[in-house]
Design a protein around this ligand. Structure first.
Ligand code: ADP
Ligand code: MG
Length: 221
C-alpha cells in the first residue's frame, strides 16, 4: 500500500480556511441536521441492505442523504489499497474523513464498511463531535453470513482464493459499545429498518421534517 503522509509532514505548512457558511446555516437551509450513521459487521451481515433501505426512508422524508459503501469506494478513492491490516486502516481513515466532510456539507451520511478493527471505528468517531456519529452493529454469526454468501466470496476465501477475508483469515472485532445493535440473523429487513429510523428519530436527527418534504411528489402518498 502507499504510505499515507503523516499529519506532521502534510499539515504543518497549511492554515485552516474557515468556511463562511456554517454547518448550522446548512441545517437551517435543509430543514434537518446532519450526522454519520456508521454500519459495521461481517460481510453479508446486512450493512449495504440496511444503509440503502434507511436512505430510501429518509429520502422520502425530504432528508438529504448519501450512502458511502465499502465496495464502491474500493473501486475509486481506495482502489490503490489492499486488504492487509495497514490498508484496511488507511481505507477507514480515508472514508471517515470523506464522511466527515459530507456531514459538514449538511448530509446524513450512511456508511457501510466492514470496519473490522475497533481502533479504526474509534478514530472515525473521534473525528467528529459527540452526537454526530452513531455506530450500528449488524450482528449476524459467521455461519449465517457464510450461508448467505451474498457475493460468493466466503466460498472463495475457504478455498484459499481470497486472502485476508474478514471472519475467515482476518479478524472482526465485535463493537464493545455500539449505539444500536441489530440482530440481522433473527430480524427481518423491514424490522431492522424501522428500528434504525426510530433510533434516528429518538436521536432528534430527523426531528424536523425537511421543509421541502411537502413539495416532493410522493409526500401525498
Ligand atoms: N435484518 C436484516 N438486515 C439486513 N440484511 C438482512 C436481514 N435479514 C436478512 N438479510 C439479508 O442478508 C444479506 C445482507 O447482504 P448485504 O447487505 O450485502 O451485507 P453486507 O453489506 O454487510 O456485506 C441480504 O441478502 C439481505 O437480504
Ligand atoms: Mg456491503
Amino acid at each position: 500500500m502507499t504510505t499515507p503522509l503523516t499529519l506532521d509532514s502534510a499539515a504543518k505548512n497549511c492554515v485552516w480556511e474557515k468556511p463562511s457558511i456554517s454547518r448550522q446555516d446548512r441545517a437551517i437551509l435543509n430543514g434537518h441536521r446532519s450526522c454519520i450513521v456508521w454500519f459495521t459487521g461481517l460481510s453479508g451481515s446486512g450493512k449495504s441492505t440496511l444503509a440503502r433501505r434507511v436512505e430510501e426512508v429518509l429520502f422520502r422524508k425530504g432528508i438529504r442523504t448519501f450512502v458511502l459503501d465499502g465496495d464502491n469506494v474500493r473501486h475509486g478513492l481506495c482502489s490503490d489499497l489492499g486488504f492487509d491490516a495497514g490498508s484496511r486502516k488507511e481505507n477507514i481513515r480515508r472514508v471517515a474523513e470523506v464522511a466527515k466532510m459530507m456531514m459538514e456539507s449538511g448530509i446524513v451520511v450512511l456508511t457501510a464498511f466492514i470496519s473490522p478493527f475497533a481502533e479504526e471505528r474509534r478514530l472515525a468517531r473521534t473525528l467528529v463531535n459527540e452526537g454526530d456519529f452513531f455506530e450500528i452493529y449488524c450482528k449476524a454469526s459467521l455461519a449465517e453470513c457464510e450461508a448467505r454468501d451474498v457475493k460468493g466470496f466466503y466460498k472463495k476465501a475457504r478455498l484459499g482464493q481470497i486472502k485476508n477475508y474478514t471472519g475467515i483469515n482476518s479478524p472482526y472485532e465485535i463493537p464493545d459499545n455500539p449505539d444500536l445493535i441489530l440482530d440481522t440473523e433473527l430480524e427481518a429487513v423491514d424490522v431492522s429498518v424501522a428500528r434504525i429510523v426510530e433510533f434516528l428519530d429518538e436521536m432528534a436527527l430527523v426531528c424536523a421534517q425537511a421543509r421541502l418534504s411537502t413539495a416532493l411528489p410522493w409526500s401525498a402518498q
